[in-house]
Design a protein around this ligand. Sequence first.
Ligand code: ADE
Length: 253
Amino acid sequence: MWFGVVTIFPDLVQAALEEGVVGRALRAGSIQLELYNPREYAQDSFKSVDDRPYGGGPGMVMMAEPLAECVKQARTDFESETLQTILLTPQGKTLSQNVVREFSELDGLLLIAGRYEGVDERFVENYVDSELSIGDYVLSGGELAALVVLDSVARLVSGTLNNPDSTSTESYSDGLLDFPQYTRPRRFEGLDVPEILLSGDHGKVEKWRHAQAIRRTWNRRPDLLTNRSWAKEERKIVNSLSNCGSGCDTENE
Ligand code: ADE
């Protein structure tokens, strides 16, 4: 999959993507990355990429032209007019694992990291397919948000992870948070690994983990369970959780 990032801090983005699974995928060629710096497409001798807002007010607004030139260059490089172009902004729709999954099925994604007080709305109108936020807080720029999107999408692209199975059991993959994990040693500061995980009975382990995932989601993110329809076995777990009241806050029972 091809990724482009439009940013005035290309070194920041490049450095962050050299490590870990994404770095490995880049080196292996299962994903490709191009960076576009609006400064290189600035129209004046000062290399300006921002200016004061019309109508007054604090801060600076990113100019439409350098951003538009970056998108045009990216479309040429990707060799398609249909490149999905996403602007990272706190005004956007919130990122979710469903959106991540949809993006991972595309051939190419162009991520625009905004800065300052925003970007000229005419650029958004003419060049942006959708606006995306990574949460209800404000970052100093869209770079970290673009990295979050890139990382979460790239790891679903085939060839990125050593063990693709790990994405099918992780949090959100089936609408539940992840179950608790343990590794050696068996005893740590007086706490033991749950006996069932040592039993070697894969069926029982699976059931226990699924019950833990439901319990965690129930306690921590009940909003994820609204409108969820339960299988018969799951319903038993949910009934026991609804009967135990505040006792359900303790997850390690
Ligand atoms: N830019 C600044 N804050 C942001 C956020 N929360 N999500 C995406 N882009 C941003």
